[in-house]
Write a protein that binds this ligand. Sequence first.
Ligand code: F6R
Length: 612
Amino acid sequence: MCGIVGYVGNKQAYPILIKGLQRLEYRGYDSAGIAILNGVLNVYKRKGKVSELESFVKSKDVDGRIGIAHTRWATHGEPTDENAHPHSSQSKDLSIIHNGIIENYDVLRNELINRGYEFHSDTDTEVLIYLIEDIKKNEKVDLGEAIRIALNQVVGAYAIVVISKDEPDRLIAAKKGSPLVIGIGDDDFYIASDATPIVEYTKNVVYLDDEEVAYIQKGEKLKIKTIKNKDKTPYVTKLEMNLSQLEKGGFEHFMLKEIYEQPRSIRDSLRGRLNADKGIVSLGGIIDYEQKMVNANRIIIIACGTSWHAGLVGEYLFEDLARTPVEVEYASEFRYRNPVIYEDDIVIAISQSGETADTLAAIELAKSKGATIIGICNVVGSSIARATDAGSYTHAGPEIGVASTKAFTAQVTILCLMALRIAQLKGTLSKSRFRQILYELESIPEKVEKTLQVSKKVIEISEQYQNVRNFLYLGRGYNFPVALEGALKLKEISYIHAEGYPAAEMKHGPIALIDEEMPVVFIAPNRGIYEKVISNIQEVKARKGKVIAIVTEGDESVRKLADHVIEIPETEELLVPLLATIPLQKLSYHIAVMRGCNVDQPRNLAKSVTVE
Ligand code: F6R
């Protein structure tokens, strides 16, 4: 949450910073601000989106070749002009941008108030910049040293960049728990929460590690120290993403673009990892840990939100194919509930962003108990990817829309490959069955392409139900997580209340909600316990509920009962989630657009949840 950008070099900083903020707006968008140095340190900030900041600074002085900028997702203090970043020190000589939470800010704030400081915002960040200035003044150290000393007093998470009126060529950055990347140009430096604002200018980047401080001086080599004052050698890596991946490519919204990218993203997730003709499934990233996975008595999957739904599909896959018991845990619960973790446990952590604070903390907990951690991440070089013992990237490409779409199907694809590989090694599937699934998995991108053609039907349904207040999503077996995911997609972008349930659980409570106003989405392919799902549909119809059913092409039984059917191609039961999710993503997208919602940036949400 919160996006931070910094620049120092020979170019004008403002266009680089504003463009960077636009790229990072998915991380938070309730206020934005910028500080540019050109003799004077000009700080401009505004409640609202980056576009409001742009209008605000139109007639202002934004000249300068060094600056910092921030887009905020509020934690401490409401979204107001005062609480927007950058925050300035008492003397106004220093300014800071911060992503994270200073947990002991209250103690530090009271100490500073006792020493005569006056605060102007409700944020924890202002405390940090006051503390830095106080140390600089009283301990007579330079800015870099003051920051290093201050960070030793801070409890919590931070990615910060500090600019000083007295240092026209230098920025200082540091991180713990929140991400920070430094791009190294020919004669300039770019700093950001992720690589998206940087890729346009340079592919050479350094990912800071926790408790590292970077001294970024124009015309000099990047210097890094830990907050304990140990020198570190910057490790430069090459970015793989390209600029076109970060643009809308003719689509009205990133979310729609990302929905349509799924044939490609699933293909990329499978590329080089699956060969049905030769009967090969191979995930290079976990090869050294395969035997541990084979020997594990259980797998624990940890994740949040949509990634947790993918984890639930993973539970069905591992138990079904590899016969390994699986527990799926919300990372936020797992980390605080004193779970039993054994040294031979395999923990699979799933995260699109690779930065989710709860997932990271759950990983650290499991690591401390000796478990082996396997990651499934989308963002290369992210904190979670680096915290795991091994793992597989999803290769879905940057996901910009706040609602996760292509990342989910890519995660399910990887889980499927992992479960198949472990099943192969354990010998829990016959050779012919194994091959059969491999061939079917290979054909999935093409079937996703076909599934994407359901637009007309989905738009008709969206028109009819765009104004309802509630939705119910029901599915069984592999399609229960799909129901959860469908409901989450609808509520997060259209603000319609929606619940996902296992279809048979309906009669234990939610059935009371059903009347002629209530649309019920059934995921009802002709696989698994199909007849039982038909009975559940009948129960809804008997109470005059409106049934929207996702069915297998050519299905006649459900068609007779349902008010609307959306067809998906025939496939293996275990692969249905990869297809059935697509029309549900489109349904939520079209309903949200019809309701005039901001699809790519829904209210109160952020793409990367780096606070717990
Ligand atoms: C929903 C959504 C969130 C994320 C969750 C975990 O569309 O995007 O529920 O899935 O915040 O994020 P990652 O996968 O980045 O750990």
